[in-house]
Design a protein around this ligand. Sequence first.
Ligand code: TRP
Ligand code: SF4
Length: 329
Amino acid sequence: MATPRVLSGMRPTGQLHLGNYLGALKNWVALQDSCSCFFSVVDWHALTTDYHDPSAITANIREVVLDWLAAGVDPERATLFVQSDVPAHAELFLLLGMITPTPWLERNPTFKDVRENLKDRDLSTYGFLGYPVLQAADILIYRADQVPVGVDQLPHLELAREIARRFNHIYGETFPEPASLMTEAPKMSGLDGRKMSKSYGNAIYLADDEETMRKKMARAVTDTARVRRTDPGEPDNCPVFDFHRMYTPEEERAEIVDGCRTAGIGCFDCKRQLCDHLWEELGPIHERRVALAAAPGRIEEILAAGAEVARVEAEQTMERVRAAMKLVR
Ligand code: TRP
Ligand code: SF4
């Protein structure tokens, strides 16, 4: 069987945090070994919600790519590129828009969700409604077989498949139907116990240095019933313990459970142990990030090379698309 083609994208909304790393990036890094991977910074998608102030998008592209590389995404093995560097995405978006029934978009649960959650912005725009059509174009233009995404993106993936089917039905077999590759994201709460999110200000970033990480962790909420050092606690009710489950070896973790329930250890020491383990994973990432950020022109070089590869692939698909639609004169 041919090597599966993988495509995924991230919006350039700023530096990536541990939740992004565990929920997506770590999986991307693993996929590079067995698949032909295309990873895109989808800057036009960022515009759908941030069109009123796009000033941060350009700087954020760089931050996101720094995080990818630091986490181990390898430009020698994967194609890294910026969506807007491949204008054919916009052409396919337009053509797919012609055949996408608007009710498919209006009933999209993510569309309703995001509009509810971002009440301060006017998202009754054509571009925002068309978000999944652009996403379908991102995927189909590389004839991707697999798309690694989190659960929240499954409705978008389903739409991409429906659009591919509709296109194939009207104009003849052109696109493979992309399968979603569900990323099993471990439950990872933020420092306040809510989902780790940039907008909650409760995240640990890949760019954080060790001291910052330790300071943040020191402030993290624990079992709220454990008020004093002498109160026993319950690890199952403690967001910090979720991290221990990920990072601390079993034997040590058993001691922590026991120590917490008997008030034998305090949260201060418990967190210190966690940070030691956490930094084993984050330390090397952080160091790579610092080195890359200091290498002049490196990111630009990688993105220019990636765009070249992506443009060739995208153009090949567009030739098939135009032919299928009888648009060739
Ligand atoms: N909608 C995705 C998100 O918010 C980002 C995205 C855009 C994407 N195009 C894509 C993901 C193509 C996978 C494939 O996370
Ligand atoms: Fe949580 Fe550890 Fe404190 Fe127990 S000792 S409440 S597991 S931080």
